[in-house]
Design a protein. Sequence first.
Length: 117
Amino acid sequence: MKRVLITDDAVFMRLSLKAMLEKNGFEVVGEAENGAVAVEKYKILKPDIVTLDITMPVMDGLEALKKIRAFDKGARIMMISAMGQESIVREAVMAGALGFVIKPFNEETIVKAFNKL
């Protein structure tokens, strides 16, 4: 069972994603409301997969992505954001994101993307 850390500043998005993942055999081991919390929780929880929203207070998802990858080059990171501009997707992939899901998403899209990781 893959262990997941969900990062999003919107409680509703964290709860929705958690429900979808748990229903499909993933274990949600933690949640973070911003990138700074995600980096700290990643170091403690060592999840198999991390989701990162891009736009968040304190530390955005791109900065958190870079910090997590600096700590662990093998980190599996899935960006999940409403911001689907090509330049942001490119920057996230170049920084080490293994996938990118655009909000709003459905359960099928999430499960397919996570199974690819």
